[in-house]
Design a protein around this ligand. Structure first.
Ligand code: DHB
Ligand code: FE
Length: 279
């Protein structure tokens, strides 16, 4: 049985890619953000996961408004990081693992999560940059299963539904007969709003309460409607749904190993958590 060893949740912002390309990790603007990843990289070097399930939200690169799945999953042998503008360099393709993808698809569809199955899938900054933050040499030591949740076009899946998806993903992984170690990764949030009258909106008390809830009361955020979450976290802050799915995909005894929170990176409150999952 595959073993779920823990979860990592982080914000994503395209300008992180520019900072990496220009070597700005120790620049005063960037240092408090990049330094947060040092303990997480140490944990990854010690625990050596074989597989990463990455919950992320596409921003219009692979899916556009004409065809927008609520949930999608990759079943490709590799995932290319296409040029999405912003001046960020593309990264080496992420290796996939179709046998596990298809096992997860079988299990999830059986559990009535009818995801769109993608045998080709481009990934954007939400998937590629967290990988580059976690493995800066970009020699990916894990195979990747991307799970995409729509946060772009209404209606969005509820927090409750995303929590259930995470739980179902955990069951799918745990029923895989291989003995691989699996890390759950979720990228998005925390509070930010890029458009409209509230552009620049950040809500630190809510972010900190949300982060705490993942350890103390993991279903806390599921009591909010999508509108309430947007009110609290901003139109793009709703990306916190990736954190919720990731936490729900940790089925054991969960403890917090590391956390970082820094305002702002671009327009975003940048959060980071490392959670241990003990059987
Ligand atoms: C920013 C944040 C995002 O989540 C994103 O996808 C794009 C841009 C930002 O803060 O600039
Ligand atoms: Fe985003």
């Amino acid at each position: 049985m595959a073993q779920i060893i823990g979860g990592i949740t982080t914000s994503h912002v395209p300008s992180i890619g520019g900072a990496i390309a220009r070597g700005l990790q120790n620049d005063p603007y960037w240092k408090p953000f990049f330094d947060g990843f040092v303990p997480v990289r140490k944990w990854l070097a010690e625990t050596k996961p074989d597989i990463a399930v990455v919950f992320y939200n596409d921003h219009g690169l692979n899916f556009f408004l004409d065809k927008m799945p609520t949930f999608a999953i990759g079943a490709a042998p590799s995932y290319r990081n296409a040029d999405e503008g912003w001046g960020i360099p593309t990264l080496k393709p992420l290796p996939g693992y179709p046998p596990l993808s298809w096992h997860m698809i079988e299990s999830l569809v059986e559990e009535e999560f009818d995801l769109v199955t993608c045998q080709e899938m481009l990934v954007d900054h939400a998937c590629s940059l967290p990988m580059a933050l976690l493995w800066p040499d970009q020699n990916w030591p894990v195979k990747v299963i991307p799970v995409c949740i729509n946060t772009v076009q209404a209606p969005l899946p509820s927090a409750r539904r995303c929590y259930k998806l995470g739980q179902a993903v955990a069951r799918a992984v745990q029923s895989w007969p291989g003995d691989e170690k699996v890390v759950m990764i979720g990228t998005g949030g925390l509070s930010h709003q890029l458009d409209g009258e509230r552009a620049g909106f950040i809500n630190k008390p809510f972010d900190l309460a949300f982060m705490r809830s993942l350890i103390d009361d993991p279903t806390w955020a599921t009591k909010f409607s999508t509108h309430e979450l947007v009110e609290q976290a901003g139109t793009q802050g709703i990306e916190l749904l990736m954190w919720l799915a990731t936490r729900a995909a940790l089925p054991g005894r969960v403890s917090q190993l590391h956390t970082n929170y820094h305002i702002p990176i671009s327009n975003t409150a940048a959060g980071l958590m490392l959670m241990d999952n003990q059987a």
